[in-house]
Design a protein around this ligand. Sequence first.
Ligand SMILES: NC(=O)c1ccc[n+]([C@@H]2O[C@H](COP(=O)([O-])OP(=O)(O)OC[C@H]3O[C@@H](n4cnc5c(N)ncnc54)[C@H](O)[C@@H]3O)[C@@H](O)[C@H]2O)c1
Length: 383
Amino acid sequence: MVNIAVIGIGNRAGKYLSCLPQDARVAFLVDSDPIRLTQAAERYRVPQSACFSDTASFFSEKRAVDGIIIATPDQLHFSETLSAIRAGYPVLVEKPAASTQEELDSMLEASKQTGIPVSVCLVMRYHPYFRRIKEIVDSGEIGQVLSIDHTEAIGPDRMGHTFVRGLWSRKDLSGPIFLSKCSHDTDFLLWLTGGKALEVTSEGGLTRFRPDCAPPQAARRCLDCSVDCPYSAVRLYRDQHAWVAGFDVPEGKTLDDVIEEELVAGRYGRCVYHCDNDVNDIQEVRVLLDNGIRLTMRLDGVSLDEGRRTIIQGSKGKLRALGTTLEVNGRVEDYSSLLDLPLHAGADRFLIEDFIDSLRTGHPTAVPLSVTREAHRICFLAR
Ligand SMILES: NC(=O)c1ccc[n+]([C@@H]2O[C@H](COP(=O)([O-])OP(=O)(O)OC[C@H]3O[C@@H](n4cnc5c(N)ncnc54)[C@H](O)[C@@H]3O)[C@@H](O)[C@H]2O)c1
């Protein structure tokens, strides 16, 4: 049996644990939130003595674990991963692995010196759709890659919930959006092309989710607002019960009680034009790689659509990845059946299986920290 510890038992960790292989079990839990810790301890049958409200207590003694999943907020990844490496436990850390280049390089150095492996949850590498793109590029069907034009559109629900009202809305707390959201994308594109960045240019800003862009009749909270708005928190949480997985329900209350509390006084009931957000909602990053390939990446947080679009120009043709279809030199492959599959169309499962397998066999995972260095570096440079 492979014993794992989980630090940060929130939304992401819950996804990985929902598809944990049969030969693995949760042996230790760490979370600073007592409700989450108690609920997770019950769900995964972890005794109180193996639950910790802070990482220092967990690392204070040698524990019987084979590996650690770190899924805390972004700024904690560096210190927690370093503690795990020093204590001798292999790590699977959520992206971004670190907040600065110096942090990332310290982690790499510590991992190299100790031989303790660190892998990063860059799930696009495990996603069937993006794997198919990689397969087509590697097959040579479109020839040598010359340039890639990649757009990530973040629709109203995700943008409002996560990057305007939510926990990734402020640079001082969660870092720049290009790092927190697009480290997936820089890693994906470099996976396709290889190479190192010779030049990185970046421009962007907060163009929409600010008070001077609010409709004149907008109220400070959606509950009091009559504007027909795609960002309505009442529609999202009360009517659709969407994006509520992170709302903790204390004993004696219902999810509906918690939603009403949020709408009345919580961060998620605020008008998107009157929050304390400062991360960009638009950013364009251009990269010239040392193999001559040019990448253009666009983060579009004011879009009414959601999803990634990638156009790869090759010396023998073009691949257009439009979200649910792949068009390759006129041939169309349909992947719309993947759209509604849970766990990132199974990618979360493949990732956790790969990690557990690496603990069992000692083989590296598909995404060791070292291969993500350049993708992180581009994000740090783009800011
Ligand atoms: N790979 C992906 O596709 C993907 C998608 C979304 C988020 N993420 C990343 O996953 C990480 C977790 O995101 P999430 O959505 O699960 O967030 P979350 O808020 O649901 O979970 C984070 C957990 O960490 C706990 N925590 C906070 N501070 C702590 C501390 N000091 N010590 C111990 N526990 C602490 C919180 O109580 C919470 O339970 C983030 O780094 C995020 O960027 C990755």
